[in-house]
Design a protein around this ligand. Structure first.
Ligand SMILES: [Zn+2]
Length: 269
């Protein structure tokens, strides 16, 4: 049965972040300041992997979900956290656009506490009526609403440079690696020029990535040195397509978005 991608949601309902019931507002994922809203085609990531170009849905104005209350969406994400994410993204994009020969590692001044909340908040907006998130539901809600709290215990927020055009939003993926007792669950967001994975694993799986959650800002809006690796990047499909020793399972709300092809272009299906 073909998967249906539902992104709009009802006008009234439960906020995916705080759980309050009331009017819902639309969230651009990723935020507008990071990517220019444009016509996109959306597909479930598994159909993209197996069936090539079988486009599943259209989005005329970027990827949007009507799943958040006004406080979480415009108050906290738009009013506070997105600014830190947009600034970080723009600094990395500036490095990639530079004509200078850059060292393989750069240090960027950024606000990790707010970037983590922005990334998590936009991923939480993905999927209609998805407030329950398992055992971390309340811990993440409290973390998002209260800037003085640390990242929930055992959670990592990995990030890496992603110099590609495809946008990826995945909730509820799980990965195993047959080379060892390695298992992790994660949410994934990719858009030029960065990728983020909100990650929980058993053991040390994934520990070689840079981790925003490992930076402990002394105050909520503290500016810290955030290292960005510019050499030896992971492959484009990292954590979407398994390697020879991995298996990946995706949840319902896992989409890949590409810019829509221009009018008149015939796609080979
Ligand atoms: Zn809310």
């Amino acid at each position: 049965m073909p998967l249906t991608l539902i992104t709009r949601g009802p006008k009234q309902g439960q906020c995916n972040i705080c759980g309050d019931v009331g009017p819902l507002t639309e969230d651009h994922t990723p935020p507008k300041g990071c990517v220019r809203p444009t016509a996109m085609t959306l597909q479930h990531v598994s159909s993209r992997m197996s069936a090539g170009r079988a486009y599943a849905a259209k989005a005329n104005d970027g990827v949007k979900y009507r799943t958040l209350c006004a406080r979480c969406n415009t108050g906290l994400l738009g009013g506070r956290y997105d600014l830190a994410l947009i600034d970080f993204v723009n600094q990395v994009a500036g490095l990639l656009a530079s004509n200078l020969t850059l060292p393989s590692k750069m240090v960027i001044p950024a606000k990790p506490g707010r970037i983590v909340r922005a990334v998590w908040g936009h991923l939480a907006a993905v999927g209609v009526d998805r407030y329950p998130k398992g055992p971390d539901t309340e811990a993440f809600r409290d973390f998002f609403l209260d800037e003085t709290l640390p990242v929930p215990s055992g959670v990592h927020v990995y990030y890496w440079v992603y110099p590609y055009r495809r946008q990826v939003l995945i909730r509820d993926a799980a990965i195993t690696d047959m080379r060892g007792p390695a298992h992790a669950t994660y949410w994934l967001m990719k858009f030029y020029p960065l990728a983020f994975a909100v990650w929980r694993s058993e053991g040390s799986f994934g520990q070689n990535f840079r981790d925003l959650a490992a930076l402990s800002p002394p105050t909520p809006d503290a500016v810290m040195d955030v290292e960005v690796e510019l050499g030896r990047l992971p492959p484009e499909l990292w954590l979407e397509a398994p390697t020879d020793t991995q298996a990946i399972m995706y949840g319902r709300d896992s989409i890949v978005a590409d810019r829509r092809p221009p009018r008149g272009v015939v796609l080979k299906v």
